[in-house]
Design a protein around this ligand. Structure first.
Ligand code: NOJ
Ligand code: CA
Length: 547
């Protein structure tokens, strides 16, 4: 394998595993590129567009599930962990993708869904066939409660599903499913399950993957006494505060240590977990010990409102909760959440906010994850009710990438030569890749520029962060290394605001980056400068400049 990644120890601030200095790009394979004209994205389509990711300047891609699946939860219901679903291609297509990515210096991370399989997985087919089947104990089966109902009050994470238990008529018992009834939970207390799922990891590690995104790791450990959850709090996808015997139990950590040992057999690989726990002090217990996950996605951050002080509080709390030896990971969106340009766009200024927050994502201390299409400032797709597919209303965040203007190539927007499985994001005419690549003021050009700056800066890659006290609706921090110092600031307000704390005199030459391409000239007022409405800015500070 050619050497991939890039060194981050340029000025001696830090050296460490590759993923600390990396920017990781999430691809939802159904929606990146359709190579064979069935309206659904596939692996050969991704392979053919890797240069787009190289030009963007990311270091790794994470592929959401492409395994054999009945697609009840669009691939998060796996019926064969060691094969590619024919919709996406073949194992050979996967191998070619890894090879082409590595040849370009891009690493490849794949999704691993350990908490549940599809009901059509051979393990579950065997398990449900009889109470004495060889794999009965691979899943979580319980007798009915005395009233004949489900064994306890645990709920599916999808409110439309209701109870987390389904009754299996032929064998007279209930099985647990934290998501759809078509996604039975595996029994991680059974060593045979641990072994089989470890072999799944080894299968992909041997094929050359650089790591895994672990689906809902906090679910792997359940209360062994199956106690009722206090209350029935069951908010839409993850209002996890204040419950629970059905997740985040001590057993979870035991299982993760075992998983880490398997991954470590292969050297410098990454496991990043979707630890969907909206309490940063608990979430960080998955990375602080150092022998569980390397990184955990932070959903407290992802779910913040447009409020600079809430961002500041959350960022500081994270830094205080995280062990000094651990490392943050940041994401602003994924396939389960409305896109940032829409989430913050109710007043029509979603594009400006998406740029501001994109700069924040890429300049925080930690490993950023970009959700495909956010580099274009894509809003959600408009999905009319008769085209809706997902049980949990997440279709809108999963629209295909518009590569070309629809006026030129039709509704497929260069994603597909036919009508795509979901409508492309609205505004494809303006926001498509082709148009944005040609426009130096576009969101895509902004992402490319900031990733270039990041790549050349040890302070941004690896330096510490210092949050400044800010005026209302302002967020500001410093990133430093031995040789450079940046002041990075964000005006969350829709009016101009003064930024305090600028060191020394700064001029237009010190603006390394701004999200407002045609901003007026910089003006200093006694160590303060005026930021434009919704501006994010990176200022070069001269070392030793007096405060
Ligand atoms: C989290 C995934 O991101 C989501 O898409 C899925 O529905 C659940 N886990 C269940 O696998
Ligand atoms: Ca296809």
């Amino acid at each position: 394998m050619p050497k991939v990644g890039r060194p981050v120890e340029a000025d001696g601030v830090s050296s460490g595993p590759w993923w600390r200095g990396a920017v990781i790009y999430q691809i939802y394979p159904r929606s990146f590129v359709d190579s064979n004209g069935d309206g659904i994205g596939d692996l050969p389509g991704i392979s053919a567009h890797l240069d787009y990711l190289v030009d963007l300047g990311v270091d790794a891609l994470w592929l959401s599930p492409f395994y054999r699946s009945p697609m009840a939860d669009f691939g998060y219901d796996v019926s064969d962990y060691t094969d590619v679903d024919p919709i996406f291609g073949t194992l050979e297509d996967f191998d070619r993708l890894v090879e082409s990515a590595h040849a370009r210096g891009l690493r490849v991370i794949v999704d691993w869904v350990p908490n549940h399989t599809s009901e059509h997985h051979a393990w579950f087919v065997n398990s449900r066939s009889s109470r004495i089947s060889a794999q009965r104990n691979w899943y979580i089966w319980r007798d009915p409660a005395p009233d004949g109902g489900p064994p306890n009050n645990w709920q599916s994470q999808f409110p439309r599903v209701g109870s987390g238990w389904s009754f299996d008529e032929p064998t007279g018992q209930w099985y647990l499913h934290s998501y759809l009834p078509a996604q039975p939970d595996l029994n991680w207390d059974n060593p045979a399950v641990v072994e089989a799922m470890s072999d799944v990891l080894r299968f992909w590690l041997r094929r050359g993957v650089d790591g895994f995104r672990v689906d809902v790791p906090q679910r792997l450990g359940k209360d062994r006494a199956f106690r009722d959850n206090p209350g029935l709090a069951n908010e839409p996808l993850a209002g996890f505060v204040g419950r629970r015997y059905d997740e985040d139990q001590p057993a979870t950590h035991e299982h993760l240590r075992g998983i880490r040992r398997v991954v470590d057999e292969f050297g410098d690989r990454l496991i990043v977990g979707e630890v969907y726990i909206l309490d940063q002090r608990r979430m960080t217990t998955y990375v602080n010990p150092g022998d569980e996950l390397h990184l955990a996605h932070n959903f407290t951050f992802l779910r913040l409102d447009w409020d600079a002080s809430a961002f500041r509080r959350t960022l500081i709390e994270l830094e205080q909760s995280l062990d000094p030896a651990a490392w943050p990971a940041w994401c602003l969106g994924n396939h389960d959440h409305s896109r940032i340009a829409s989430r913050f766009g109710a007043d029509g200024r979603g594009q400006e906010r998406a740029r501001l927050i994109g700069l924040l994502l890429l300049t925080l201390r930690g490993t950023p994850f970009i959700y495909y299409g956010d580099e274009l400032g894509l809003p959600d797709s408009a999905v009319p009710p008769d085209l809706a597919l997902d049980i949990h209303d997440r279709d809108r965040a999963r629209g295909p990438i518009p590569w070309l203007p629809t006026s030129r190539v039709g509704l497929g927007a260069g994603f597909s030569r036919v009508v795509p499985w979901l409508p492309v994001a609205s505004n494809a005419e303006i926001l498509n890749v082709d148009a944005q690549a040609a426009d130096p003021t576009s969101t895509l050009s902004m992402y490319r520029a900031i990733l270039r700056l990041r790549r050349s800066s040890t302070a941004l890659n690896a330096g510490p962060v210092e949050y400044l006290d800010g005026a209302r609706e302002m967020l500001a921090y410093r990133r430093r290394s031995d040789f450079e110092s940046w002041l990075i600031a964000f005006n969350f307000a829709v009016e101009p605001r003064l930024l305090e704390g600028v060191q020394g005199d700064v001029s237009d030459n010190d603006v390394a980056f701004t999200t407002i391409p045609d901003r007026p000239r910089l003006r200093m007022y006694r160590r303060r400068i005026m930021l434009e409405p919704l501006e994010g800015i990176v200022l070069r500070q001269h070392q030793g400049g007096g405060a």
